[in-house]
Design a protein around this ligand. Structure first.
Ligand code: NVA
Length: 242
């Protein structure tokens, strides 16, 4: 917003009346009379839906337990910058069936690519939670190496997302084999890219060799998060880009 000449009010729960049990509906009514856009990072997706239903201005999902659309916009922009159209391509998702995985499935359905999903048992993606209309856009693989075979992009995420910290110990055990390593990258296409939405834990979900290696585009991805969000805000404010 600052780069585009706007300004920002940053509210944590404690800074707003939400921290004093004001209903979300009322906070949405008040806040949306004072600003042009709202971005919310929270836990349950239903909270954002509720806020949006009572907001007079667009509401951007800055991350919920279920979805992370701004990150996927940035990731797809990064793929296109490096390799061109993502339509018809294969994206390997190695790890948790979390907010990132769900949003990859949504994007695959809209843009016409396929996601090879490999998660440990108990951490699978759920097409109902992902909100996709069919399961045609993804294939499930028990073995993460098989998910990576022939992929144009290999991507992963932390084993423990925000809000799931109490499960950390169990997840460390369950996810031990879901570490993107050189063998998985070698199974992918020779020109495959590696992405991670960060923060990364080298030695857990990815080896240092992969994230710091030549196929990794994680720093472009991080920068592109800003550019993609600027484009999104521009689109929501003026109805077009540029
Ligand atoms: N899945 C991660 C993404 C972090 C940007 C989380 O929700 O914590």
């Amino acid at each position: 917003m600052y780069q585009m000449g706007g300004s920002v009010v940053h509210l944590t729960t404690g800074d707003s009346q939400l921290g004093r049990a004001e209903p979300i509906d009322d906070s949405a009514r008040v806040i949306s009379r004072m600003v042009d856009l709202v971005m919310i990072r929270t836990y349950e997706h239903t909270k954002i839906e509720r806020f949006a239903a009572f907001s007079r201005v667009p509401v951007i999902n800055g991350l919920t337990n279920e979805f992370h659309p701004c990150q996927i916009l940035a990731d797809i922009f990064t793929f296109i910058e490096h390799r061109g159209s993502i339509a018809g391509k294969v994206v390997a998702w190695v790890g948790d069936g979390n907010n990132m995985a769900n949003t990859w499935l949504q994007a695959a359905e809209i843009l016409g690519f396929t996601v090879h999903v490999s998660t440990p048992g108990g951490y699978e993606v759920d097409p109902k939670v992902a909100g996709i209309s069919s399961t045609d856009c993804y294939k499930v693989f028990a073995d993460p190496l098989e998910a990576c075979r022939g992929a144009d992009l290999v991507t992963t995420d932390v084993w423990t997302s925000m809000g799931y910290e109490a499960e950390n110990e169990a997840r460390l055990k369950a996810f031990a084999d879901w570490c993107v390593d050189a063998e998985m990258m070698a199974a992918a296409r020779p020109d495959a890219l590696f992405m991670h939405c960060l923060p990364a834990h080298r030695g857990e979900e990815v080896t240092a060799e992969v994230i710091d290696g030549p196929q990794s585009v994680v720093w472009d991805e991080a920068e592109n998060r800003m550019h993609a969000q600027k484009a999104l805000m521009e689109y929501l404010l003026i109805g077009r880009i540029g």
